[in-house]
Design a protein around this ligand. Sequence first.
Ligand code: F6R
Length: 598
Amino acid sequence: MCGIIGYSGPKEPLPILISGLSRLEYRGYDSAGVALIDGDNLSIEKKEGKLSVLKEHLEGTSIKGNIGIGHTRWATHGVPSDVNAHPHADNANEFAIIHNGIIENYAELKDDLIQDDYSFISETDTEVVAVELSRKWNGELLDTVLDVAKSLDGTYALVVTSTKQPGTIVAGRMMSPLVLGVGEGEVFLASDSAAILEYTNKMIFLENGDFVEINDGNFTLYDIEKNVITRDIQVIDWEVSEAEKAGHDHFMYKEILEQAEVIERTIAGRIEENSTEIPIHLDKAKKFEKIWIVACGTAYHAGLFGKDLFEKVLGVPVSVELASEFRYREPIVGENDLGIVISQSGETMDTIAATELLKENGAHVLALVNVVGSSLARMADSVFYLHVGPEIGVASTKAYLGMLVGQLLLAKHWDSDDKLAVAFDEISDLPKLIEQTMACEKQIKDISEKIYKKNDIYFIGRGLDYALAAEGALKLKEISYLHAEALAAGELKHGTLALIEDGTPVIVTASQNHLLDKTTSNVQEVIARGAYVIAIGDNQSKKLENISDEYVTLPDSNEILTTVISIIPLQFIAYHVANLNGESIDQPRNLAKSVTVE
Ligand code: F6R
């Protein structure tokens, strides 16, 4: 949440800050700002609203500097406004700071500073840190930042500059991501590697408690006690073009369309027996007594899909848990358990906390993540990267598909008795199937025209289709702001059927042929109450096709792969309904990519 960018080097910082911020805008977009230091002059420019507002404002200014920092905000403390936007300064306008995370003891610190006659203009926790830096100034920026950091409770990625030591940037992290980009004689800072990928692919992912001092394009890493530390430089193999829209109006749309290609990468080298790309092989997998799949949002929905697969192939109980709940109860996790944590960003605070809980209880933790070098990837005992490239649209699409396929690949390698061989033998066909499924877009666009003005839309399905329904409903509500609800199809008659009336859209996915008759009966129930039924299935679902108002036919495959490709029409429905309603698809209101706060 919130985007951070920083630059030290021979180039003019402002254009680098702005291009970095535009790549980071998906992380937060209620305000944005930059600070540049030119000798003893600190210029801070910040504006409420999207980055375009700041850009327009900057056109009339000529701020310069030899170092710069920038931020795009997702409000935690204080409403979105010019004043609450970052960077924040101290009372004398000598320190500029940007911050992601939450300083939990900011109110106490603020009271204490007010006692000492310091004043505040914003409602943010970040301004308190800026003012505290000036109170604690001890003649050296790094020392002062380390001193202040010791008094902070909570989470942060902090980046600080000061006219008292022009030419220096000091940054540090505790739970919020911070990446150092290492160029030739220049250094970049970012909350996300995609923001600086056009300048360098050499990255250092700071760990909790790491600090960095940057001077004239050089850097030194320290721990909080000022001991010099070293961290490996990782080379990121994402292409810059992957973080661009490729001529499309929205990242989400581009990310839906590129799924065949990216899933090819997820699969590459991971089908063959004994593939070294599979982090846990059958001999080890067989020993686990229980599996906990823990994740949030879309990643949680992907976990619902994995439950059935892992239970079938390993014959052990699998519990799928919302990370935000799991961390606050006392789950009975044992040393012989496997925790599978799923996350696109690898930085979701709740999932990180759940991982800690799993590890403390002795479970082996396997992370399915997309972002290389992310916190979860580093914390886990084993990692399986999704390899779907940077996902910029706030509504997750290709990462979700990558999560399904990742779990499918694991299950394939753990299927000792070939229970699901039919499905697994065809995994290499998936990219082709995904490509063929894209052909449904035109039909989905027409269907979207018919439903985009509705207030309530229901998604139903049984078994793996219920997991899909949950994701389809989330996708629709987060970008179109319509009320969408997912239900296990058999649950309708236990209450929700009361809400079905003439014309209510009900979207049903029917990939599970062995459940088809049951699902079809549930569809009959909603039809009898006047529902407008949109069904998604293959050629074998003739009965369902005949009774539905709309039928989206998927290419033929086995049940499991049919479930995987069924998400594509649901993604298109969400996209086109939101587009017809004129919503801000890549930056839905109130949301941000990468939820690094509780
Ligand atoms: C919805 C969406 C979110 C995320 C959730 C977890 O489209 O993207 O629900 O899935 O915030 O994020 P990650 O996967 O980064 O842990």
